[in-house]
Design a binder for this molecule. Structure first.
Ligand SMILES: Cc1cc2nc3c(=O)[nH]c(=O)nc-3n(C[C@H](O)[C@H](O)[C@H](O)COP(=O)(O)OP(=O)(O)OC[C@H]3O[C@@H](n4cnc5c(N)ncnc54)[C@H](O)[C@@H]3O)c2cc1C
Length: 399
């Protein structure tokens, strides 16, 4: 019996939801390719950095996850270097795979601006797990160093976060909240910590509901995070950051959360892209050029019914995955395709331990309730993947 060969590139939020949906049809033979052997839950990075979670809690093993299905999903850890759309072949650093349908879901990466001297050299991105881990360790060691020096000297610890978007704001708040508790629990005398957000816009969280911006700004100030709006980082050295207004600030370490761009594979593809380099997809989420090729998640840009860009989030990526899986099934069955009507369903912003701000289906909640809701959403997501991965693990060890 003929099997539908489907390749999904990228085991992120978009890729895994597509696998889940398409694996329900035993006629589908699915190959998942990712350059990493794990799924990285980026939405929980703020907890990883502030030591609330370890790396095992923000990752899911893709081998065991795929083995957890009913034998029709296989995972290969391979870096995809190109796609020959004409001949329906995926080219990786070590292999070639043929397909009937392909889903490109490779996400985005930190965009280190080349015109900012020293940025790539001295700032940390947080989109890749190894970089987030490195930063987490540096943060903890710096706190320890201050404690160790206590009694002889008390230098301030200066942390700069470039970018006042969702990730920059969540990380700043979580670090401020964590260090505050850390210092007060242990009664350390030396507790000078400066966390500064440098943001190019008029205010933080551009494009997000005004009430959420106001509540987040207030909370960050309560946590003593300094916000420098309408300024850009223009130069970074080993221990300082220069801003566009000429101010030079001391820096112990810096996170760059000021921009993203599509992952490197997208640059290589001979396919229609927009002016920012993202894949152009149609209302069915197919690429413009090839009807058997779909692009979903952060590597593409979609628009809502008002022709506004739908923000690239994990929620958007998962909604796209569901439409994409339905449309691949419809193509297989020769049925008409469905249009996407994707809208942002809500925003949940964690702002330190026990506090979040949110707008879900138009309703605002702030404080502990919003925090519990955020944790609930994250836990349900992780649980679903972990159940599948445990099933796969059992299969491997019982075979
Ligand atoms: C710090 C931070 C906080 C965030 N907080 C939130 C939040 O609270 N809520 C929310 O909804 N969103 C949040 N986001 C955004 C969210 O994480 C992204 O929108 C989401 O990860 C996009 O999913 P994706 O599947 O498109 O890409 P990703 O999840 O990035 O997955 C892409 C996958 O493709 C793989 N890949 C890349 N290139 C290749 C290649 N050449 N070959 C093989 N594999 C490849 C990668 O290894 C990765 O596994 C946050 C992001 C960050 C960084």
């Amino acid at each position: 019996m003929y099997k539908n060969k489907i390749i999904i590139i990228g085991g992120g939020y978009a890729g895994l939801r597509t696998v889940e949906k398409l694996a329900k049809n035993p006629q589908n033979e699915i190959i998942l390719l990712d350059k990493n052997p794990y799924h990285f839950m980026q939405t929980e990075v703020y907890d990883l950095i502030a030591n609330e979670e370890d790396f095992a809690q923000v990752t899911v093993d893709l081998f065991t996850y795929c083995t957890g299905f009913d034998g029709n999903v296989v995972f290969y850890k391979q870096d995809v270097t190109n796609i020959d759309f004409e001949n329906k072949r995926v080219i990786t650093s070590i292999n070639r795979f043929s397909y009937d349908y392909i889903v490109v879901a490779v996400g985005s990466r930190t965009k280190f601006m080349s015109n900012v001297t020293g940025l790539r050299e001295y700032a940390y991105g947080i989109k890749a797990l190894h970089r987030a881990m490195y930063f987490k360790q540096k943060f903890e060691m710096s706190l320890f160093k201050r404690v160790d020096e206590s009694g002889t000297s008390c230098h301030a610890l200066n942390i700069i976060i470039a970018g006042g978007g969702l990730s920059g704001v969540e990380i700043a708040a979580q670090m401020a909240s964590f260090s505050r508790e850390f210092y007060s629990h242990n009664n350390f005398i030396c507790r000078k910590l400066n966390i500064v957000i440098v943001n190019s816009g008029e205010h933080i969280l551009r494009g997000i509901d005004k009430k959420l911006v106001f509540a987040s700004d207030k909370r960050l100030k309560e946590l003593e995070v300094i916000i420098k709006n309408k300024r850009k980082v223009v130069e970074v050295t080993k221990n300082s950051v220069k801003l566009s207004d000429g101010e030079v600030m001391p820096m112990d370490f810096m996170i760059f959360a000021g921009g993203i761009e599509p992952n490197h594979l997208i640059h290589e593809l001979d396919i229609d892209k927009n002016e920012r380099g993202y894949i152009v997809s149609n209302k069915y989420l197919q690429t413009q050029n090839y009807k058997d090729a779909f692009a979903i998640g952060d590597c593409t840009t979609i628009y809502n019914h008002n022709n506004e860009v739908v923000p690239p989030t994990a929620d958007t990526a998962e909604q796209m995955a569901e439409i994409c899986a339905k449309n691949i099934s419809n193509l297989i069955k020769n049925r008409p395709l469905i249009n996407h009507k994707i809208e942002s369903r809500g925003v949940l912003i964690a702002l330190g331990r026990g506090y979040a701000v949110s707008k879900i289906f138009g309703i605002h909640f702030n404080g502990y309730l919003a925090y519990v809701m955020k944790k609930f959403v994250e836990k349900v997501y992780a649980k679903r993947l972990n159940i599948r991965s445990h099933k796969g693990c059992k299969k491997i060890f019982n075979d």
